[in-house]
Ligand binder design. Sequence first.
Ligand code: BJW
Ligand code: ZN
Length: 248
Amino acid sequence: MVGHWREQLQEIAQRCRDGARVAVLSGAGISAASGIPTFRGKSDDALWSRYRPEELATPAAFQRDPELVWRWYDWRRSLIADSAPNAAHQALVALAAVTDVRIITQNVDGYHQQAGSTDVIEYHGNIWTVRCTSCHYENLDHRVPLPIPPRCPGCHALLRPGVVWFGEPIPAAACEAADQAVAACDILLVVGTAGAVYPAAGLVTLASFHDATVVEFNLEPSAIAQRASLYVPGSAADTLPLLIEETT
Ligand code: BJW
Ligand code: ZN
């Protein structure tokens, strides 16, 4: 595509009006404007900024120090509970009124559904789900703060967050639904992800393979940019609504 990104975005908007099927791959950057820290950005939080996600979001970290891992999740649960979806999440709700939109989110905050999106695939799980490490107990638990570490009401073993850690497989249903959504889309919007974590980042390659138009919305070009037909610079909370304004 040629021309300024704003003109190119208008072409994308026109295709949406014409019924192009849209898939969205969202990452931590879409919730940044809600005040939820990203994983690999600079963090102002003195307590957690010294940890990399690879040091906390792994089964080994949980085995070594479940209280530390739970304190991190408890802190993030409180931030998510105290904030709300932003204009970027809302823009995707509006887009779904115009054409088919399937959202694949790597985020565990539930903000897409809270904003009103209905077709959401939670690729890395949900932060409000707790799961027993010993029996089959799994439940939603919205307590903030949690007793740390939380224990299974049935068997008293440790509970863990119902999220996907490094080295763990993506839930089969989410994996299949995401592959299907990407293979079937005409346009893939990649919003606020560094594209550094697989297999999520591989969905962009799958979209290219199926000749979908890939559009990246990010503060800076990410690992995705080279595979995108269009890069839209800026905060997703400012740029995704532009797409919608031009759509309706
Ligand atoms: C803005 C913005 C604004 C800021 N507006 N933009 C090679 C191939 C395949 C796999 C591997 C591989 N090498 C290694 C692996 C394995 C590993 C992996 O990918 N490692 C990489 C580090 C290389 N992957 C796995 O282990 C996965 N599982 C797996 O492969 O299983 C195989 C298996 C099969 C069978 C049996 C057993 C195993 C699982 C990955 C799980 C990732 N989990 C986490 C934690 C989830 C729970 C939680 O939230 O605590 O997922 S880690 C963390 O990273 C989280 C995120 O979803 C994920 C991605 O991060 P994201 O969203 O991209 O955030 P950031 O912070 O990195 O980027 C933010 C972006 O936003 C930046 O670009 C900013 O510029 C931008 N931004 N403000 C727009 N306002
Ligand atoms: Zn149990």
